[in-house]
Write a protein that binds this ligand. Structure first.
Ligand SMILES: Cc1ncc(COP(=O)(O)O)c(C=O)c1O
Length: 409
């Protein structure tokens, strides 16, 4: 049972105060007022260069450091120097693969999936230029999941990296990253996880994930266009510096943040953890900050599952609809990101119909282009995607379904 107080929750997001129904949350979530306030505060009170001895600079340094500590707590990093910040997941992934490039030898194998967003594929593919052999872990066309048995056939003594997504931004499927980590580590390989589609719905725990690298973007998690890459300390230390020649490989995380981080957006992100802690406390959670955040996410998941199940049940009842992903929520198997195609209709038609009623949904490949191609969904123009966040309401899903019904017939 969800006990979320949606009036309180929605009041935290000023943009929700209009008649648009935001159901493109996997594209980008709405932003917390407290995040925006912090960005405003930083820019108007402490916009100076960090690291000088005068008071304003000291205050600015403390704000940016507090952001790193807050994000470390949000993701359960062991050391806060494991937290690398950057403009986007895509940008951070290109930096990472650039830093890995010198360690690649002819014939080293890298496994990527065909169901990831391109952000966790393209940079790895470019390592072919350094002699890497890229193997594709294909999505199973019946189960629409990444099957461990298929991975087992690809792993070898030459495997250096496995790159995969924690949750698919199209299928919604949650992937068994900890099992993959165990398999990869057993043969001396590393695991890189894209958690962009996971982090808005579950409390991230980088340690429990088993991953070596874990990346996601804050604009999907109620914050600004900004992102974090977490890596195990000893792994990050072994990478070369991508910063100026005098910033050595021991200078974490600065060596992987060339040009430095965005100070005001870093500080803004502190508002995300604070929000989650306050929601958890409001729901009666005691204990440390992570326990409170966990309570918040537990209730988000209950609520989101209820909305997703309502939508899935409706879609399931329509013969002309093919749901692309699990068609029910069970056992934590999917995120509330629901994709489908409609026989005889382009996905664009459905979305355009919803535009008329100010219901924000979207169609396309969502940069998981290889997935749309392997599932042969290009002829529809990709999938229609409806992606729910914890601040959506039952009434919004009812209104969506009412208008979908016209669009489908
Ligand atoms: C699963 C997934 N990974 C990566 C990205 C790319 O994130 P960014 O825009 O921060 O590069 C997205 C964006 O939609 C995504 O959905």
């Amino acid at each position: 049972m969800s006990h979320l107080n949606l009036d309180l929750i929605r009041a935290e997001f000023p943009a929700l105060n209009n008649d648009c129904i935001y159901l493109d949350n996997a594209g980008g979530s709405q932003v917390l007022k407290r995040v925006a306030n912090r960005i405003h505060d930083y820019l108007l009170t402490t916009s100076v260069q960090l690291g000088a001895s005068y008071a304003q600079s000291q205050a600015a340094s403390e704000k940016v450091l507090s952001a790193r500590r807050s994000i470390a707590e949000l993701i359960n990093a062991y050391h806060d120097e494991e937290v690398v910040m950057g403009g986007s997941t895509t940008g951070l992934m290109f930096l990472l693969t650039q830093a890995i490039l010198p360690s690649i030898h002819e014939g080293d194998e890298i496994i990527v999936t065909d169901s990831d967003h391109e952000a966790n594929i393209g940079g790895w593919m470019r390592l072919k230029n350094a002699g890497a052999v890229i193997k594709i872990w294909p999505v199973n066309h019946d189960s629409l999941a990444l099957e461990l048995a298929d991975l087992d056939r690809l792993l070898s003594s030459r495997t250096r990296w496995v790159a995969m997504t924690h949750a698919s931004n199209v299928l919604g499927t949650v992937n068994p990253v900890a099992d993959v980590a165990t398999r990869a580590h057993a043969i001396g390989a590393r695991l890189c996880v894209d958690a962009v589609a996971y982090a808005p719905h579950r409390l991230v725990d980088v340690q429990a994930s088993g991953a070596d690298i874990y990346v996601f973007s804050f604009y999907k998690v109620f914050g600004p266009h900004y992102a974090v890459l977490w890596g195990k300390r000893e792994l990050l230390l072994a990478l070369p510096s991508l910063n100026h020649h005098f910033i050595g490989p021991e200078v974490l995380p600065y060596k992987l943040q060339p040009g430095n981080v965005n100070f005001e957006l870093s500080y803004g992100c502190v508002g995300i953890a604070k929000y989650l802690i306050d929601v958890g406390s409001e729901l009666g959670a005691a204990g440390n900050n992570r326990q409170r955040m966990q309570t918040a996410f537990y209730h988000f998941a209950q609520h989101e599952d209820k909305l997703a199940e309502k939508l899935l049940n409706y879609l399931h009842s329509k013969k002309q609809v093919r749901i692309i992903g699990h068609d029910h929520v069970s056992n934590n198997n999917r995120m509330p990101t629901v994709s489908f195609v409609v026989a005889g209709k382009s996905s664009e038609t459905i979305v355009q119909h919803m535009d008329k009623f100010n219901i924000g949904i979207r169609f396309g490949d969502f940069y998981a282009r290889r997935l749309i191609k392997t599932l042969a969904l290009q002829s529809y123009g990709g999938v229609v995607r409806i992606s729910i966040a914890h601040y959506n309401t039952v009434a919004e899903i009812d209104r969506l379904i009412q208008h979908l019904d016209d669009a489908l017939n």
